[in-house]
Design a protein around this ligand. Structure first.
Ligand code: ADP
Ligand code: MG
Length: 485
């Protein structure tokens, strides 16, 4: 899927590379034992290391390293046995030491790849250039006092993984699919909760434009975009801005920009800093990180089944189309729910339709999660059984499902209580059809003269007469017999 932009002077291609900052799930920080829980009282989770008191020394958190290795393996990436922590020097009020400990020349994870699931069911690969660990900064609070800024250091020293993609994406949709997939993989692994609202995942969006097939243009980097929708919007508006500039004979300046969601545009923040501006150098307080290959293999063996493997299995074992399988495996909980509905015995396609259709629809409509939903996997399975054994029709089943959602009762109980059992008694249906046919000589004549569509009208009448309970297959079959076809 490409998405060329039509300009005044012809078509342009958009080139996108994303840098995602993902906060690592860990109870303690990268180099200190201070807690990381979100939403704590300001400055209650700050150790002397995080506050950069003189003489304090960083101690690497082994669990965090394991999380980074896991993430690298999940991205099909090379794990570097040897990596180095470096100081990235810059001043910011919420960065007490005046530098951030990061990885630069030798990151813990090298090249990898992520497979995108596109809306039309197609897939596309995006390269990963690297994943490195670094410290997050604290937070400046500008809204606590009319004339002063407060600093909260709870976040200072929390671990981030910076995951850098190759410039492989060509449309906002692909970038959206990339962030969704990355988020899904990290959530499966349990290495990042992917909560973009709380800032656990933030994106720097690199965009350039060029003529199709020509070398890449100059890129801008739009910082800290915090939702998938905004990532897509930022790309759209930034690419159009660049096309307009180039078509007017000006140039794109390599710079750092900000996305203003309210105004729906990007604006310049600062000129692009160069790596040498940061005076990177290996942190003298930390030895290079050497990984034991046996330990890495142990982590590899402990990985859960990841979305791509699960999707392939759902397609092979359940006969699902790529799109449905992709939707079902996006979240581990959803995939498990689906498997519990099928329970090794039910029609897997019908189950997929019900889970992604009615069930997800009800979750969205009522703002519930799988845990808080009034209908569980067994409950939905019970409803599917009633459809399968023809106790109720698919149409009535939707009504039953809504009642299950409202009341929390089982499908069988609702069908019994409301008398919704399907009418499969041939004699009863015939009686009803005879009456309808007798009262509709015009429609009968139309049908006999070859108008097939009138059949639908007859079916509708029969359904109305039985409040939807007549077996639709049987109604059709008997109608054709009676109307002489
Ligand atoms: P920096 O330190 O400047 O942020 P990184 O190497 O961390 O550099 O990240 C650069 C990002 O920019 C990568 O995601 C890469 O894919 C992307 N990128 C590089 N060149 C282009 C380009 N011409 N157009 C769009 N994105 C690009
Ligand atoms: Mg970068």
């Amino acid at each position: 899927m490409t998405n060329l932009i039509q300009g005044k002077t012809g078509e342009w291609e958009v080139v996108i590379g994303l840098e995602v900052h993902a906060q690592v799930i860990s109870e303690a920080k990268l180099f200190s034992g201070a807690a990381t829980a979100f939403g704590a009282e300001p400055n209650t989770q700050v150790s002397l290391v995080d506050a950069a008191m003189p003489g304090m020394l960083p101690v690497l958190n082994r669990f965090v390293v394991e999380q980074a290795v896991k993430s690298g393996l999940g991205l099909n990436a090379r794990i570097n046995r040897h990596s180095v922590f470096e100081r990235k020097n810059f001043f910011y009020p919420d960065l007490p030491p005046g530098y951030q400990i990061s990885q630069y020349l030798e990151p813990i994870v090298g090249e990898g790849r992520v497979v995108l699931d596109l809306p039309d069911g197609a897939t596309r690969e995006v390269g990963i250039e690297r994943l490195h660990m670094e410290q997050d900064a604290g937070k400046s609070l500008h809204d606590q006092h009319p004339s002063q800024t407060y600093i909260d250091l709870n976040r200072a020293g929390v671990t981030l993984m910076e995951i850098v993609s190759s410039p492989d994406m060509r449309s906002p949709e692909e970038a959206g699919a990339y962030v969704r997939k990355l988020r899904s993989i990290l959530r499966y692994l349990g290495t990042c909760d992917g909560n973009m609202e709380e800032g656990s995942m933030r994106c720097d969006v690199n965009v350039s434009v060029c003529r199709p097939g020509e070398p890449f243009g100059t890129r801008t980097e739009t910082k800290n975009v915090n939702s998938i929708r905004f990532v897509m919007q930022a790309i759209e508006v930034e690419a159009k801005r660049q096309v307009a500039l180039l078509e007017d004979g000006s140039q794109v300046v390599q710079e750092t920009r900000l996305f203003d969601a309210a105004k729906g545009r990007t604006r310049a923040m600062r000129s692009k800093e160069e790596a040498h501006d940061y005076r990177y150098f290996p942190d003298p307080d930390l030895l290079p990180l050497e990984l034991d290959p046996a330990w890495v293999e142990q982590i590899r063996a402990s990985l859960p089944e990841l979305p791509d493997a699960k999707k392939a299995r759902f397609m092979a074992d359940f006969g699902l189309p790529a799109y449905d399988a992709g939707v079902l495996v996006a979240e581990r909980e959803t995939a498990e729910f689906y498997e519990a509905v099928v329970a090794g015995k039910r029609d897997s396609k019908a189950a997929a339709n019900w889970v992604t259709g009615e069930y997800f629809g009800a979750l969205n409509r009522t703002g519930k999660s799988l845990e808080s939903a009034p209908v569980d996997a067994d409950g939905l399975g019970g409803l599917l059984d009633l459809i399968a054994d023809k106790t109720i029709s698919g149409r009535i089943a939707k009504e039953v499902f809504d009642l299950m959602w409202e009341t929390g009762k089982g499908a069988a109980a609702i069908v019994a209580e409301k008398g919704l059992k399907q009418i499969t008694d041939t004699g009863a249906i015939e009686g009803i059809l005879d009456e309808i046919i007798a009262g509709a000589p015009d429609q009968v004549a139309q049908f006999k003269s070859g108008n097939e569509k009138v059949l639908g009208w007859f079916v509708g009448q029969a359904m109305k007469a039985t409040q939807g309970k007549a077996n639709p297959g049987l109604v059709n079959q008997l109608l054709r017999q009676k109307l002489g076809k």
